[in-house]
Ligand binder design. Structure first.
Ligand code: UD1
Ligand code: CA
Length: 457
């Protein structure tokens, strides 16, 4: 049996932030959420999150995770003190306790699996994850005898100059036989530079403690300041982009592209420079996105092109062309083979197949049928100052340039709306609507000249 304890009570002073450190976002997910994600291969029977600084905020942010138990550490007296708080919660627990720092967000699930397997196979009192870092500054140094048996962990600030030369570091990820850890936790003291109770001192009381090296040291980066947060983002981005390229996605100038790890892509998608894919976005094969586009929480069908545009919370079906400079938002749904062109905004609107909105339009709260042609500058006036209203337009209808459709309004199928019309009343099928003042021409009329006016006087 395995229980997990995640240490998430610290403020994270070095972040210089009011937000608890573990709630800082890394590619759309908080640090602590990423730690939870790294447990996907463990299947723990209990999951305890130790909270303290701004604990309500941390608890609320994790409210949608089932089965978490929150343990309060009212004063943050160190990582050892944090784990002491779980003693009353695990009175009758028999098995192993996996302890994870809440600020180590890039661990691979396979790494934790390996740590736990080694711990159980070797029947260690404790097994800790270590890495050899090019620059070990800030990390606890791990000292071993020849067989990866840990003799001591010394925090960076407590190290002698000679000890600082050791670049094998403590990742902040540990497996303990719980019954044995529970016995030694009360013995920890705070006789160190920070006057804190260090969990790492527990290794002085346990035998044997084994170190397991992580293969890719980038996994164990701990986030203590904004620079490390940015470095972690870089590592995450490199991982995600390399995975997609291996899976058959073309990235043109990958350094200028960002892709959240929640995004789904298909082979033969092409992502052009300066494009950002975020949240729950999926893009089907043959589509070409960018340059210069932002796609957020949207599904994009096959062979769609999107050029210099922003698409949020929307659905775009196959073979549709979007942009340049279009903005789809608020659950816009665009059918197959549509054309959404320059300077067009769609909000909460549904467009049938083969409908075109090629230039300079705002369609808000509108439902359009198939093969509708929306003329340049057509606007749905959907807001009366208090409420939003819908506009409905039937199949094959054409709106003239600069038409205003004042909602709520229903326009039938096969309707033609004359350019410059302001349409305020419903129109049935198969009709021409002209809703503008008639042009007046007065032959021979001229503006009176100044000399005419003087002669009269
Ligand atoms: C810790 C380790 C260090 C290791 C490094 C890896 C100790 C003493 N040191 O150092 O050996 O190399 O992580 O990243 O453990 N926390 C609490 N309550 C507290 C204090 C901290 O919950 O009273 C939480 C923090 O919110 C954080 C985690 O524990 O998520 C680690 O604390 P932090 O202060 O960042 O430890 P480091 O100095 O990085
Ligand atoms: Ca840390």
């Amino acid at each position: 049996m395995v229980a997990v304890a995640i240490l998430a009570a610290g403020r994270g002073t070095r972040m210089k932030s009011h937000l608890p450190k573990v709630l800082h976002s890394l590619g759309g997910r908080s640090l602590v959420e990423r730690v939870l994600q790294s447990l996907s291969k463990i299947n723990p029977t209990r999951q305890l999150v130790i909270v303290g600084y701004n604990s309500e905020l941390v608890k609320n942010s994790l409210a949608h995770y089932p089965g978490l138990e929150f343990v309060e550490q009212t004063e943050q007296l160190g990582t050892g003190h944090a784990v002491q708080q779980v003693i009353p919660y695990l009175q009758d627990f028999e098995g192993d306790l996996l302890v994870l720092n809440g600020d180590v967000p890039l661990l691979r699930p396979e790494t934790l699996e390996l740590l736990l397997k080694t711990h159980q196979k070797e029947q260690n009192a404790a097994t800790i994850l270590t890495a050899h870092l090019p620059d070990a500054k800030g990390y606890g140094r791990v000292f071993c005898n020849g067989n990866n048996i840990v003799t001591q962990i010394v925090e960076d600030r407590d190290c002698s100059p000679a000890q600082k030369q050791n670049r094998r570091i403590n990742a902040g990820v540990y497996c303990f036989q719980w019954s044995r850890l529970a016995q030694v936790l009360p013995q920890l003291t705070s006789s160190n530079d920070q006057k804190e109770y260090y969990l790492t001192d527990a290794v002085n009381y346990l035998k044997p403690v084994m170190a397991v090296d992580v293969e890719d040291y980038e996994e164990i980066l701990g986030i203590n300041d904004r620079k490390q947060l940015a470095a972690a983002y870089d590592i995450l981005q490199t991982r995600v982009k390399e995975d997609w390229m291996r899976a058959g996605v073309t990235l043109i100038d990958p350094d200028s592209i960002t892709i959240d790890d929640t995004v789904q892509l298909e082979p033969d998608v092409v992502i052009e420079p300066q494009t950002h894919l975020r949240g729950k976005t999926s893009i089907q094969t043959g589509s070409r996105i960018g340059p210069g586009s932002l796609i957020e929480n949207s599904s994009i069908g096959e062979s769609v092109t999107i050029l210099y545009s922003v698409v949020s919370d929307s659905v775009v079906q196959a073979n549709t062309r979007i942009g340049p400079y279009a903005h789809l938002r608020g659950h816009a749904q665009v059918g197959n083979n549509c054309r959404i062109g320059n300077f067009v905004e769609l909000k909460n609107s549904t467009l049938g197949d083969r409908t075109g909105v090629a230039h300079l339009s705002y369609l808000g709260d509108a439902t359009l049928g198939e093969k509708v042609n929306v003329g340049a500058g057509t606007i749905t006036a959907n807001y009366d100052g208090v409420r939003k209203h819908r506009t409905i337009i039937g199949d094959r209808t054409k709106t003239g340039s600069n038409s205003v459709l004042v909602a709520p309004i229903t326009i039938g199928s096969d309707v033609t709306i004359a350019a410059g019309s302001t349409v305020t009343e419903d129109v049935g099928d198969d009709a021409l609507v002209i809703a503008r003042s008639r042009q007046v021409v007065k032959p021979g009329w001229r503006l009176k000249s100044a000399s005419d006016a003087e002669n009269k006087a």
